[in-house]
Design a binder for this molecule. Structure first.
Ligand SMILES: [Zn+2]
Ligand SMILES: [Zn+2]
Length: 258
């Protein structure tokens, strides 16, 4: 049974003219023919295109890497869709929401009610470095990323397929360790830095750093994402390919089997 990654939105830092901000869907049909779907990040604008690929109110889990708007702003939009949209009267089960401690407060930040945690829609399950949990056929492992706010990278496995999603991170030992883990088949890696020659530490990788990180994996394919929405991504791809020759750019609507 293959596992598929769909690029819902891949613009870095803000939504762009041709893409929502960070949002990806991982889907897997189990032996009984049921298709399970996880959403990785739900950044600004993502609730729109996500509806092309699934009923967002019925996904099996939402994983949020960190609290920046380009990764979690549309948690509030999914809450509205789940409570008032077409599936309202069918009352689908609450959606597991996995992410760093406190990420559920971002829903109230957006809705304007500080006490709002989206509790009618989400079953919040905080994750910390090293935590391993399961949703249906998926095993999910979290690792600390290197970013200005609490941030996680995720390993998502089903069957023999394993995806590393870096979230937002500078190069760091914790995420390197996931990349070097045996069995990683696809790396969805961020390259948020391209627009300055000298960048502050502890925020993002550039294409060179991401390519070097991906090379720690013997066999994983690399999809380069989170290039800033105002940046030409081609030079970043060239940098990454110097170390990971098969690397490709994330493009909205494309699917990668792994
Ligand atoms: Zn970001
Ligand atoms: Zn960020």
């Amino acid at each position: 049974m293959t596992v598929e990654l769909t690029i819902v939105g891949c613009a870095g830092s803000t939504a762009g003219p041709d893409s929502a901000a960070s949002c990806y869907m991982v889907s897997h049909a189990d032996a009984d023919g049921r298709t399970w779907r996880l959403v990785l990040d739900l950044g600004s604008g993502a609730i729109g295109p996500l509806q092309r690929y699934c009923d967002p109110a019925r996904v099996d889990g939402v994983l949020v890497s960190h609290g920046h708007p380009d990764h979690c702003a549309d948690l509030g939009a999914l809450d509205v869709l789940r409570r008032y949209g077409p599936s309202r009267d069918e009352d689908p089960p609450r959606i597991p929401l996995l992410g760093p401690e406190g990420i559920d407060r971002r829903i109230g930040d957006v809705s304007g009610d500080p006490a709002d945690r989206g509790a009618a829609t989400y079953d919040f399950r905080p994750l910390a470095h090293g935590d391993v949990t399961r949703i249906g056929p998926f095993t999910i492992e979290a690792a600390r990323a290197n970013h200005p706010v609490p941030a996680l990278a995720f390993l998502v496995s089903a069957g023999r397929s394993t995806l590393l999603y870096t979230g937002d991170t500078d190069r760091c030992a914790e995420v390197d360790a996931l990349a070097a883990r045996p069995g990683v088949s696809l790396i969805l890696g961020e390259a948020g830095w391209a627009h300055r020659e000298v960048n502050p530490p502890g925020v993002h990788m550039n294409g060179d750093q991401l390519g070097r990180m991906a090379a720690l994996s013997g066999r994983a394919a690399l999809v380069v994402t989170h290039v800033a929405s105002w940046v030409d991504p081609e030079p970043t791809l060239v940098q990454a390919r110097a170390h990971a020759p098969g690397a490709v750019l994330a493009r909205p609507g494309e699917t990668h089997a792994f």
